[in-house]
Each structure stands twice: as structure tokens, then as C-alpha cells.
Design a protein around this ligand. Structure first.
Ligand code: HEM
Length: 284
């Protein structure tokens, strides 16, 4: 925990302060992960979960990964892989439910094209409505709303001089709402993706360049498979009058979740009226 304390602006751990609470919780989490690492080491066969794979990787000659690193990787992967995908899927299911015309088109597309389970990645790739829906969800409500870069030397960006160690914020949220890149940017329209794709630095839910999300392809396939499975089995409706508030925490997420009802997959899609800032952020 020393590392964390050094990084935080307040170095002293005074009982009852938010920092002390954060440190207490971090220690509980760290202990739990160390116990899990030990459990994985006792297992006779290597499991397929990420932690088992990391524990195995640490044994490879030349890879220096002590238990502190292992625990740190496990936590970072949880945030990078799980929390992001959970936020994206929650928004995607919301947007499908609130846009009956596109929900019906997606339902048809899945019915006509997915006959086996699991479908091959190639089959999933060929579903334009599914692709447009997921991309549009990540455009309007990108879980990783912004990233940051620190300059390593003096430079200039669009005429603005930057000193060494200056921080530059890159906002996916703002970029994705630039009308010069996306016409009617607040409009939810999966069909805009049928007409060609923006440049790699204009659509950046997974960032771009050398630090592009490592799980980009995996996340897209995972989300599409989950949406397909849900659409095959259920019709989801948002509970009328729910308050849907997008909030910027670690990810851009629905702060109170998205209350939904699970129905039989009868194709009777219908939007519900909702309250909250989602009405300003997205036009259905
Ligand atoms: C919808 C889901 C996801 C979104 C929106 C997302 C977004 C991002 C973004 C924007 C970055 C760049 C962060 C930065 O530049 O500061 C990133 C990095 C990363 N992501 Fe994802 N991600 C998702 C899912 C995943 C999954 C499923 C995995 C792992 C299986 C993953 C692993 C990583 C890793 C390891 C990095 C760091 C890469 C590096 O710095 O070289 N992500 N992700």
C-alpha cells in the first residue's frame, strides 16, 4: 500500500478520512487477491480464468512478476475488462429497448443469421445492425469517457505550447459528439455505420495508436455474443418513469443501473418514457 500512499496527494492516513477508508478497503482487496493467488497455485490443473493464466505466466523464465505485480495486474484487468464491458452492455441494452424500430431489425437479423450456438466470429461480424448498435452505443455513451497523456518533452499541439510533463486530456465523449465528424451527433442512429467509418482518431471508445485497448476485438465479440443471446431469449423493456442518469465515475455508467423487465421474445418492442439526463444525452 506504500505505493498507493505515495501517489496520492495526502500522505498521512488519518482515521475516518476518505483516504483512510480507501486504504482500508484496498488492503482488504489486496489480501483477498493474495489468497486467491495462493488457491490458484494449489490447483492441480491450470484453470482458464485470467488469474490462473497470470499465475502460470509468472512461472515463465524471464518474466519478472512477483505477487505484488500479480495482484496489481488482477485488479487492473478487472477494471479494464469487466467494468468497461458492464457499462457498455448496460447502455446497449437500454438503447435497444428504447428504439423499437432498430430492436425489431436486430431481432430479425439475429433470427435469420444465427442458427448454431456459439456462432463463429465471422458470422457475428456479418451482422450490420448488431455492429451499428454496439458502435453507436460506444459512440454516444463511451464507458472510458476520457484518457490522459503526459508529454515527455516540450512540444506543441494545435498551436498550443506544451511543457514537459504537461497533461493532455483526450475526451472520447466530446470527440464523438463533434458535428464535423458525426452528423446530428446526439441522434442514436445505428445505420450511420452502414455509410463508412470515421478515422481511427475520430472514433476512440478503445483509444487509438500504440496504447489501443488490448481487449478491443475481444470486447466487441463478447458484447455482441451477449446481445445476441439476450435477444434470442428475451425482450427487455425499461420500467416506465425510471430515472436514467449517466454519471462520470471510473466509467460513464448508469448511476442507478437500468431497471428493466424481462419478457418473452415476442418481438413486441416498445419504448418507455424515462426521466433523467439520458434524455439530454441521447435522442431516440
Ligand atoms: C467495452 C469494453 C472496453 C472499453 C470501452 C475499453 C476501453 C479502453 C481504453 C479507452 C483504453 C486506453 C486507456 C488509455 O489510453 O489510457 C483501454 C486500455 C486497455 N484495455 Fe480496454 N476496454 C474495454 C474492454 C477491455 C477488455 C475486455 C480487456 C481485456 C480482456 C481490456 C484490456 C485493456 C488493457 C490491458 C488496456 C491497456 C493497454 C495498454 O496500455 O497498452 N479492455 N481500454
Amino acid at each position: 500500500m506504500d505505493v498507493l500512499a505515495r501517489k496520492l496527494p495526502m500522505q498521512y492516513r488519518i482515521a475516518g478520512t476518505p483516504l483512510a477508508r480507501l486504504m482500508d478497503q484496498a488492503e482488504v482487496l489486496e489480501r483477498a487477491i493474495h489468497e486467491l493467488i495462493n488457491e490458484k497455485r494449489q490447483e492441480k490443473e491450470t484453470g482458464k480464468d485470467v488469474l490462473s493464466v497470470l499465475v502460470e505466466a509468472a512461472k515463465i523464465d524471464g518474466i519478472e512478476m512477483n505477487d505484488t505485480f500479480l495482484a496489481a495486474h488482477a485488479v487492473i484487468l478487472h477494471a479494464a475488462a469487466f467494468i468497461t464491458t458492464a457499462s457498455a452492455l448496460a447502455w446497449t441494452m437500454y438503447l435497444i429497448a428504447q428504439n423499437p424500430k432498430f430492436a425489431a431489425a436486430l431481432h430479425e437479423e439475429i433470427k435469420n443469421n444465427i442458427t448454431d450456438w456459439p456462432p463463429t466470429p465471422e458470422t457475428v461480424e456479418k451482422l450490420p445492425f448488431l455492429d451499428g448498435l454496439v458502435r453507436e452505443s460506444l459512440r454516444l455513451l463511451p464507458p472510458v469517457h476520457h484518457t490522459m497523456r503526459t508529454t515527455t518533452k516540450e512540444t506543441e499541439l494545435l498551436g498550443v505550447p506544451l511543457q514537459t510533463a504537461d497533461r493532455v486530456v483526450i475526451s472520447a465523449f466530446m470527440t464523438h459528439r463533434d458535428p464535423a465528424i458525426f452528423k446530428n451527433p446526439t441522434q442514436f442512429d445505428p445505420t450511420r455505420w452502414f455509410e463508412g467509418k470515421p478515422g481511427p482518431f475520430q472514433y476512440i471508445p478503445f483509444s487509438a495508436g500504440p496504447r489501443l485497448c488490448l481487449g478491443y476485438q475481444f470486447a466487441m465479440l463478447e458484447m455482441k455474443l451477449v446481445v445476441i443471446r439476450i435477444m434470442q431469449r428475451f425482450r427487455m423493456n425499461v420500467i416506465p418513469d425510471s430515472i436514467i442518469e449517466a454519471d462520470i465515475r471510473l466509467t460513464l455508467r448508469p448511476v442507478n443501473g437500468i431497471p428493466m423487465v424481462v419478457n418473452n421474445p415476442d418481438g413486441a418492442f416498445a419504448a418507455s418514457s424515462v426521466r433523467g439526463n439520458i434524455n439530454e444525452l441521447v435522442q431516440n
